[in-house]
Ligand binder design. Structure first.
Ligand code: NAP
Ligand code: ZN
Ligand code: ZN
Length: 378
């Protein structure tokens, strides 16, 4: 059905001065809505609970996906606790989504009913800025429309994948191979692409020594990809009990970062470090491990800004850089690569009502290595 665009204007008069003191206009596109259900955080840092809401009905360019699995990213926890600021409540988190297409709009050409589809961290972007035109929508000048806790182009708040279904423009929806176990595919939509993208951008691979700081959801995918690309990989972890897992994932070396001697012995040994740490830490603890001209790429987003001294950079011409998720084209390439090379995330599948315990366990580092919600339990 065609959308109806209406402009709502509010006038507020000061009758004594006969002045127009405020004029506020909002543009909202009215659409038919469909019922949906999920789990939401009612307010910051309050446990998630069952939540009923509405999503837009699939428009001409949309696909409607019945969600089968959704990964639990540490960003969901940062957001549900409003640790970065600006979060919107009630919040339905979740941006590692895999499901089945149940409806397509009249103009959809890339998907058909019954296809397996994925949805990641954003569901739209401006489509005309240099980043969008370059297929790097994650860096959209007008900010991408994130999968949850943001306004979409209709002016409605977006709700994420801890829910039974989602409606997304086909250009922001990914194809997922049915060859792989789908629960293990879900985390590829964020943890996977966030680590794949810097590995591709900096061309990490054969002949490179790559350190991965933090063996969690992102970290274990960084290890899998870096190993698969032929790099010599060192895991840098605060958890000595993850050593055997690191080796199983293909890592060549394992360092306990709280053991000073191990860290000192590894100085100037790495070409790259991928830093996935989610909590307060010091960049200066890891920079000495880089060779001359080495680069540490930040992907972890701790709520508190870690401090950074100049000397560790200057003394060896080192760089510190950042990277955010990946564009749609690159995400599809990563998913196709995973299907070809049989790569999925290591997961613990949980029922929806376990989500609050799951959050606590992620914070304690007690997950091997991604919780994934089975939406059949919603
Ligand atoms: P996660 O599964 O909790 O993994 C984080 C790992 O960091 C932990 O497993 C732990 O590994 C290590 N760690 C935790 N506290 C630490 C501390 N105080 N000092 C040193 N290491 C510590 O989280 P995730 O889902 O992988 O996400 C990681 C971070 O990336 C989060 O901040 C998330 O918001 C962010 N993120 C960024 C992007 C992006 O686009 N850049 C995308 C997704 C997520 P060990 O036990 O091995 O030490
Ligand atoms: Zn994420
Ligand atoms: Zn853009």
């Amino acid at each position: 059905m065609d959308n109806v665009k209406i402009t709502i204007c509010y006038f507020d008069y000061n009758y004594f001065n006969v002045n127009l003191i405020s004029l506020l206009c909002t543009n909202k596109t009215l659409r038919l809505m469909i019922p949906a259900k999920g789990y939401a955080a009612p307010k910051a840092a309050i446990p998630l609970e069952p939540f009923k809401f509405e999503r837009r009905e699939a428009g001409p360019h949309d696909v409607q996906v019945e969600i089968l699995y959704c990964g639990v990213c540490h960003s969901d926890i940062h957001q549900a606790r409003d640790e970065w600021g600006g979060a919107m409540f009630p919040m339905v988190p979740g941006h590692e989504i895999v499901g089945k297409v149940v409806k397509v709009g009249d103009h959809v050409t890339k998907f058909k009913v019954g296809d397996i589809a994925g949805v990641g961290v954003f569901v739209d972007s401006c489509r005309h800025c240099p980043s969008c035109l370059a297929g790097e929508e994650q860096y959209c000048d007008e900010s991408p429309t994130f999968t949850y806790s943001t306004y979409d182009k209709d002016g409605n708040v977006t709700y994420g994948g801890y829910s039974n279904q989602i409606v997304v423009d086909e250009n922001y929806t990914l194809h997922v191979s049915e060859k792989l176990p789908l629960a293990g595919v879900a985390p590829l939509l964020c943890a996977g692409i966030t680590t794949w993208s810097p590995i591709q951008h900096w061309k990490m691979g054969k002949g490179h020594k790559v350190g991965v700081v933090g063996l969690g959801g992102l970290g274990h995918m960084a290890v899998k990809f870096a190993v698969s690309k032929g790099a010599e990989v060192t895991v840098l972890s605060t958890s000595p009990n993850k050593k055997a897992d690191a080796e199983k994932l293909g890592a060549h070396h394992f360092l306990v970062t709280r053991e000073k001697e191990q860290m000192n012995a590894a100085e100037r040994s790495l070409d790259f470090i991928i830093n996935t740490v989610s909590a307060q830490h010091q960049y200066n603890d890891y920079l000495p491990l880089l060779k001359i001209s080495g680069t540490m790429v930040l992907v972890g987003i701790p709520p508190e800004e870690p401090s950074l001294g100049a000397v560790n950079l200057i003394s060896k011409r080192r760089s510190i850089a950042g990277s955010m998720i990946g564009g749609i084209k690159e995400t599809q390439e990563m998913l196709d690569y995973c299907a070809e090379h049989n790569i999925v995330s290591e997961v613990e599948v949980i029922p929806m009502n376990y989500i609050n315990e799951a959050f606590e366990r992620v914070i304690k580092g007690d997950v091997r290595y991604r919780f994934v919600i089975d939406m059949a339990t919603l």
